[in-house]
Write a protein that binds this ligand. Structure first.
Ligand code: PGA
Length: 252
């Protein structure tokens, strides 16, 4: 049985006060959702610490949205994996398409970030996904395969056994345009097959989350697909009731 995960990527939204309020509301409503769902919230760095205090004991885990590629030193403005882990965060989103697109993150950068994450016991939520033009050109499988081969294939078996993958078609992120449940399943099954070609049976245990305009109205249909193990939620994670309602996409 694979884990069922609903993770909220708050991106560059909420002040610390607003983030604490949001986290409190998620904690308060969690009882209405199947205990089979593992919730993760990923606030901005500035309120990781406060949000960790709020969710303590609730079963909700906290992740960062990024970490530095280097261990420590003269890297102005960067936040290391060790700093994040020392606050009590357990996860880190790596390779989000916004990081790849706006901050030039390549597979080479992401390999270094993976090393830092694992060295500090942070579980990476590694994002993959094609752009609209790539899908229209029929290259979506090749793009996603390369994103996996160039980074995930460098992990040891033990590291791989902890990894979470998020498939986020770039054309569906923040656009209101969701992949159909069948498109998600098709890509998730493909990803699992690529993972299995390197890691064998262990790939059957890897949680693969769908992301991209996932909301209460479509979560249930998408989560019902065999290879979809939950969601990485952006916009809808900023409203506690919506985030929780997405969790209800899994039967209680
Ligand atoms: P969205 O973002 O749910 O707002 O489309 C998802 C993500 O980018 O993680």
């Amino acid at each position: 049985m694979r884990r069922k995960i609903v993770a909220g990527n708050w991106k560059m939204n909420t002040t610390p006060v607003e983030g604490v309020e949001l986290a409190k509301n998620v904690v308060a409503g969690k009882g209405g959702v199947c205990s089979c769902v593992d919730f993760i919230v990923c606030p901005p760095f500035t309120h990781l610490s406060e949000v960790i205090k709020v969710v303590r004991g609730s079963g909700i885990a906290v992740g960062a949205q990024n970490c530095a590629a280097e261990e420590k030193g003269a890297y102005t403005g960067e936040v290391s994996a060790k700093m994040i882990a020392s606050l009590g965060a357990e996860y880190v989103i790596l390779g989000h398409s916004e990081r790849r697109e706006y901050y030039g993150e390549t597979s080479a950068t992401l390999n270094k970030k993976m090393v830092q994450a694992y060295a500090n016991q942070l579980v990476p939520i590694y994002c993959v996904g094609e752009k609209l033009a790539e899908r229209e050109a029929g290259k979506h499988f090749d793009v996603v395969k390369a994103q996996i081969e160039e980074v995930v294939f460098n992990l040891t078996d033990e590291q791989f056994s902890k990894l979470i993958i998020a498939y986020e078609p770039v054309w569906a992120i923040g656009t209101g345009k969701t992949a159909t449940a069948d498109q998600a399943q098709e890509m998730h099954a493909f990803i699992r097959q690529v993972l299995a070609s390197k890691f064998g049976e262990k790939a059957a245990e890897t949680p693969i989350l769908y992301g991209g305009s996932c909301k209460p109205s479509n979560a249930k249909e998408i989560f019902a697909k065999e290879d979809v193990d939950g969601g990485l939620i952006g916009g809808a994670a900023l409203v506690a009731d919506d985030f929780l309602a997405i969790g209800k996409g899994f039967e209680k």
